[in-house]
Design a protein around this ligand. Sequence first.
Ligand SMILES: O=C(O)CCC(=O)C(=O)O
Ligand SMILES: [Fe+2]
Length: 440
Amino acid sequence: MDAFISRKRRHRPTDADASLPSIQNNQHGDHEDTTDFKLAVLASLHPDVTQDILLEALLSSDGQVDAASETLTGHRTTSSGHPKRAKTVGHQSTLTNLVRSASGELPMNKNLTKKGKTLFLYSPQDIETHTPCSIIHNFLPAEEANSLLAELLDEAKTFEKETFQLFDRTVESPHTMSFYVDSLKEVEEQKTTYVYNGSRIKDIRQTPPKMLSASTKVCQAVNGEVQRRIAQYYPNGEKLRHQDPKEWKPNTAFVNCYDGPQQSVGYHSDQLTYLGPRAVIGSLSLGVAREFRVRKIVPKDTNNDSDDTSTADSQGQISIHLPHNSLLVMHAEMQEQWKHSIVPTTAIDPHPIAGSKRINITYRCYKPSFHPKFTPKCHCNIPTVLRCVQRKSENLGRYMWMCHAGYTPGQEGCTFFEWAEFDDDGEPPWKDKVEQPETG
Ligand SMILES: O=C(O)CCC(=O)C(=O)O
Ligand SMILES: [Fe+2]
């Protein structure tokens, strides 16, 4: 997984400030001082406390993270001594029949979530109709899924939590992870060239055999799903602007391990720096089933107070059930406009092989033209991070290159900011300098 959170920059006025959009942090990515960011901070400091309790504490502390944290330290458990339980209002249903229009068209934009509510979806049809994701259950042959799970449980014994600097504290991610590339040469290159939140990832490994062979199947399935998505859901059956028309070929993966029901990852969008705009991600779940929550990012200056319940607002969320051996495809509209998370829960059904653990592999396609030797460098001489304006209507959807050195403990960032431009296929202006790998 990418850095699941990054610290808020100390504000220093810049020339770009006038036009600087308010941005969101994300995993392998971005937040700033949004409620999500504060909730993620609190979740890191209080991993045993449920999201709604965190939110309550934050609200009663006027949005002050430190004050909310103190409240939670005093009230971590109920009088019975048990951690407080979520009071999430949820409902589960098969919605397909309910929402299909008379013409049989799939009403993609008719979101059914409502402020403060969670809609639980299980069927592939419901999931692809109401979220930018599609899912394939029982993806690998059962034996293959089990042996891949065993291989990764073994790997996960030595996974570590990611640590990052947050104000004066060093905070740990609420689960463990490692990063995989397919060859030793790429391991070396990652160690010396690629930058994540201003520093290098320490634990980079070579993809083990079963994960590598699963990757071939993931590749085929994801490309099939992408083509189907374009044909069935996108306007005029055409790919999105900035979406890469070429075959999606995974060459890197974050493997996450969630050990027990309380391990989680906060709301984030995945970082696009090395994937480019409109990225597609294939996410294979193994072991204990968990809930994957998604929610649409609503620009801040949009009026969210209306009673229009057909529009997903910044609070309403959709929960996608991710059982063992399911492949979730996050499509090209996901990272720019939606956030996702794995929420802590109070109970799980143990898995016969994994016990209380869930393993998740997010297969990604790092693109040659987004190699850090090509992307803009900031004044600190560090390759910059690619972000998308997600919250402000002004400049919504525009991309920008920014310094991310300040996210590393002990390091100060600079004020570098540059709008990022891409052609219709998501290629940057320097694409002609880049040697493209052979396709096929
Ligand atoms: O565990 C999951 O399903 C999601 C992980 C994730 O969001 C990530 O690695 O970026
Ligand atoms: Fe993610």
